[in-house]
Structure formats: C-alpha cells, structure tokens
Write a new protein. Structure first.
Length: 310
C-alpha cells in the first residue's frame, strides 16, 4: 500500500519483533547472529516506510536471561536486579536494531529509547512466574539449575527454561516523548522486552524484579499512540489451529470472538493472541500476526492472521 502526501501524515503502525524473529530458537546467543538477524529485520522494515510511520518494539527474553547468567557468575557483588538487566538488554538490542534500520534506509532517522513501563506492585503475577527468559535446557539441567539458583523452571516446547514474574503493563512513562518523536518524523525503537518494569513510588518510580510481556506492552503502546495497526512479527506466517496436528490450518481474517474461542499455548502464541484481541477491543483497530518477511502484506491486510472486530 503506497500513500501520497507528507510522511508525517501517514498512519502509525507498531511493529513488534518477536524474540525468534531476532534470534531463532535454539541458536547460540552470539552478538554476530543478533547483528545478522537485525539486518534481515531492517530490510523488511525499510520496505514498509512508504505506507506507515513505524514504531518498533522487540523481545529480549534470551538476552536478558544471558545477562542474568553473567551477573550470577560474578560473585563479588550481589546479582543485578531484573529491571536493570532489562534496561541493559533494551539498550543492547535497541542499538543493534537502530543501527541496522538506519543503514537500510535514507528516508528517516531512527532513535532507540529505553522505556519505563508502570506495573501494579500488587499484581498477582509476582507470585506466579510465567515469563520465559534465557536459553533452553534439557529437563535434568533445568531442574538442577532451579535447585542451585532458586529458579522457577517450566517446559517450553520440548525444552525447559527459567520463568520470572510478568506483570500487566499499565502505562508507558515515555509515551509523550515517543509521540513527539514519531510526529517529528523519527522511526522509534522503544519498549524493548516489554520495557523496564517500574512501580509508582512517592511521586516517582522504582524498578521491580520482573519482565513484562513484549506483546502485551506493544498492544498498550499501539492503543495509547492511536496506531492504525499492530503487527506482531514472529517466525511463523500466521496463527495456526491444531499446530503440528492432523488438522493444522492457518487463520486468515478472524474476529476477536472467534479467536478467543480457541486455546493457544501460554509460552508461544497465547500472549500474541491476547495482545491482538486487546488492541482490537480497545481501539477498534486491527492487529496482524505473521512473518516479518511478509511485513507489507501484514500492514495492508493481505498476509498473516488479520484480527479485527467484525
């Protein structure tokens, strides 16, 4: 979809890069692989700049888990808390994505923003860890690490991973700055890894031990920005029913009620489906779920799973 007129008048789209879109599942957590994946993502993003003003978010589960392992390994100081590690990973990935997009296009400037996201200190998620971070392990290794490091671990597909609290995103502290940057023509990379979780504290904010779900935060951001569409880019081309089964089939255009009538795994497609439904229910807009390679089609409604309120 090509649009005429000033780039500043184009509709806004929030594009959430899934962790697997930036670092394929099971690949080693190496900087060179992350750089290569970011270049591939930037190529897709650059091809969509004629139709939308883009705000890009990204996952950080593997990276923040690796930083936590590094922090734990140095025993001379107390391990760094997850909010600080989240900020580190947001800066790390934001730098890589920002540079890759800037190198891929001359049509706009890209800026990465470390983003605080307010959560409720009494959110029940703090007593029920569910968010996967870090590398995958076999079951025995995961159980050994859980005992050694006081972790909670859960199955993730055919492997096991550490899980941490994942409270609901309530508001985005830097929303006014993001809006001003977008209105000024910048492509903004923000809310990486769901943003840095903070709680309100005496008129200010205080970081907490958690990792916010990136897709739910992206839905919050899209709704608050008044985005036309939220794109949840992942490593599959659509939402599938009976994934891996005899009746496996992709969903094309689907309403929220129909989508909510199916069950999806909490550790994979579940958060994306929930985020998609929230965006549509709150704004009447549209959410697209599919492969980043299909970004133009996801934006114009011709590819992936297109979720609307009809």
């Amino acid at each position: 979809m090509s649009m005429s007129g000033s780039p500043h008048s184009l509709p806004i789209a929030v594009v959430a890069l899934g962790g697997n879109a930036l670092l394929p599942r099971g690949e080693p957590l190496e900087a060179a692989l992350q750089l290569r994946a970011a270049r591939d993502a930037a190529s897709s993003i650059a091809g969509a700049l004629d139709s939308h003003r883009l705000v890009v978010t990204h996952g950080n589960g593997p990276q923040v888990g690796l930083l936590a392992l590094m922090s734990d390994a140095y025993t001379e100081v107390d391990p760094y808390p997850l909010d600080v590690l989240g900020a580190e990973s947001e800066g790390q990935i934001g730098y890589v994505v920002e540079m890759a997009i800037d190198n891929a296009t001359d049509s706009c400037d890209t800026v990465a923003l470390i983003t605080r996201v307010v959560v409720d200190e009494d959110d029940p998620a703090f007593t029920r860890p569910t968010k996967f971070i870090g590398p995958v392990y076999d079951q025995q290794t995961a159980n050994d690490l859980a005992k050694e490091r006081d972790w909670t671990v859960e199955p993730d597909g055919d492997k096991w991973r550490r899980v941490v609290p994942s409270p609901e995103p309530r508001s985005i502290v830097q929303l006014p700055a993001i809006r001003k940057l977008v209105d000024s023509g910048f492509l903004v990379v923000c809310a990486g890894g769901g943003g840095v979780p903070v709680v309100e504290d005496g008129g200010g904010h205080r970081g907490v031990e958690a990792v916010i779900d990136k897709d739910l935060c992206s839905a919050r951001l899209a709704a608050d920005l008044g985005a036309e569409v939220l794109v949840l880019a992942t490593d599959v081309d659509a939402v599938y029913l009976d994934w891996g089964g005899d009746d496996e089939r992709a969903l094309g255009s689907v309403g929220v009620d129909q989508l909510r009538s199916h069950d999806f795994a909490d550790g994979s497609m579940g958060p994306k489906v929930e985020a998609a439904c929230r965006m549509v229910e709150e704004t009447g807009g549209r959410t697209a779920i599919g492969s980043l390679d299909d970004l133009p089609g996801l934006l114009d409604g011709s590819a992936g799973t297109q979720v609307s309120d009809n």
